[in-house]
Design a protein. Structure first.
Ligand SMILES: Cc1cc2nc3c(=O)[nH]c(=O)nc-3n(C[C@H](O)[C@H](O)[C@H](O)COP(=O)(O)OP(=O)(O)OC[C@H]3O[C@@H](n4cnc5c(N)ncnc54)[C@H](O)[C@@H]3O)c2cc1C
Length: 406
């Protein structure tokens, strides 16, 4: 088979990229290749479903820009396509005095990122979230909720309506780069493409290496585990309730999220996963674990964050500790109010010096583009990431020669 452009990975980033390309050039020969039988079953289908505002990110970074612009484009997209969503806003609450300077920094960062943030006194928080106890808070009105699985499905419909092809159940094994085209070796035969875009999420570093590009970073999988409030206790949470995050850590701390289907999730934590798609505590892959444990960057990171990592590990195995973290936000929540639910695994790129790649990372080598770091808020920012990638893609031809698939 031959396509002008092949996008590897049927998650929200790959599908958003294909959506942008196919809308720009209707009829262009575009293929989205997905190894699983279904689209969006990994990070995209296992996240918190929050349309982030962009408050947390360093001003001027891609994350800050794409989250803010992506928040607006995601809401607009949902409106246009009748996807259920709710711009419910969120509160970030401080419960201890030593969190106040960090809360203030976050407020200032919100202003720098041009967000309509406001400071709230505890009684104002109670008007929004009656069960929260705190000493100060900020409100971020542009945050919202949606099902990213639903968004991804709509992207897929648009791609197909514009003449693009989606092929599931086909894993990319290797990319051989030629002068003008690349050959993709897959589990269902070879595909020739003029442009290849790697959006393989948890496997994006391996796909890059298989194409001869060293991203100088390794994906380290961090599992995020959740509990769910039992239906009788859902009224404890009206919208989105977050703690003040540790700025040294890329994760936001366990929080309460009202999902678009009305359920309320508590989490996610952040524990090292011993398998890239390891959603259960017992999941293990020798290859994935070996790669992590033999990577010098991992040990440098582990040494730096030993205390947090140990705490996360203990909390993963102790519901009591998990509940205690949640009680800092809502003191009346009890262990009996929570049942375990799905987990997700974040694809976080780690540098050899032990630093986590802070921003989105997109590398290009001739006609092969690699999305090497697209953690949260990449679902929110998916249309903006898609646009940024599409700008790097040369004009695509619509004509395509198809030979019988092997
Ligand atoms: C617990 C958790 C909570 C999160 N919460 C939020 C949130 O509230 N808001 C937000 O904006 N973001 C959130 N995120 C981040 C967001 O989900 C991700 O940034 C986003 O989904 C990344 O999309 P992706 O397409 O890059 O990856 P994925 O969704 O993982 O898709 C990659 C796809 O590539 C496929 N693939 C991999 N290798 C191959 C191969 N060799 N051949 C073919 N196909 C391949 C995989 O099967 C997969 O379908 C969260 C993430 C997690 C894990």
């Amino acid at each position: 088979m031959r396509f002008e452009c092949v996008i590897v990975g049927g998650g929200i980033v790959g599908l958003a990229t294909a959506t942008t390309l196919s809308k720009r050039q209707p009829g262009a020969s575009i293929l989205v290749l997905e190894k699983d039988q279904e689209l969006a079953t990994h990070q995209t289908g296992r996240n918190s479903g929050v349309i982030h505002s962009g408050i947390y990110y360093k001003p001027g970074s891609y994350k800050a820009r794409f989250a803010r612009e992506g928040n607006a484009s995601m809401v607009e997209f949902c409106r246009e396509h009748g996807i259920k969503h709710d711009v419910c806003g969120k509160v970030i609450v401080a419960t201890e005095n030593d969190e106040l300077p960090r809360l203030e920094n976050l407020y200032q960062r919100g202003l720098q990122n041009s967000l309509a943030v406001s400071r709230l006194a505890p009684e104002q928080v109670r008007e929004i979230e009656p069960h929260v106890t705190c000493i100060a808070a900020i409100k971020v009105p542009s945050a919202g909720i949606v099902s990213y699985r639903q968004v991804a499905k709509t992207y897929a419909d648009i791609i197909q309506a514009h003449g693009g092809t989606i092929q599931t159940g086909t894993r990319l094994l290797k990319v051989r780069k030629g002068t003008d085209t690349a050959t993709l070796e897959t589990t269902r035969g070879e595909i020739e493409a003029r442009v290849v875009i790697n959006c393989a999420g948890l496997f994006s570093d391996r796909v890059a290496r298989s194409a001869g590009t060293d991203p100088n970073a390794k994906i380290v999988p961090f599992r995020g585990e959740y509990f769910e409030l039992v239906p009788e206790k859902r009224q404890l949470v009206k919208g989105l309730i977050y703690p003040v995050p540790n700025p040294e850590f890329p994760f936001l701390g366990v929080h309460f999220t009202r999902m678009i289907d009305g359920t309320v999730h508590a989490g996610p934590n952040a524990v090292l996963a011993f398998k890239r798609e390891g959603y259960r505590k017992t999941d293990f892959s020798l290859r994935d674990t070996w790669e992590t444990l033999t990577y010098p960057g991992f040990w440098k990171l582990a040494r730096k964050h030993m205390d947090e990592a140990w705490m996360e590990m203990r909390r993963s195995f102790s519901k009591r500790l998990f509940v205690r973290s949640l009680q800092r936000l809502i003191p009346e929540v009890r262990a009996a109010d929570l049942v375990p639910c799905k987990a997700g695994v974040r694809a976080q790129a780690l540098l050899p010096d032990g630093k986590l790649v802070d921003d989105f990372l997109i590398l290009r080598e001739r006609n092969v583009i690699h999305v090497c770091n697209a953690p949260s808020p990449a679902a929110t920012a998916s249309l903006e990431i898609g646009k940024a990638i599409a700008e790097q893609v040369p004009e695509l031809q619509t004509r395509v020669t198809v030979s019988a698939p092997s």
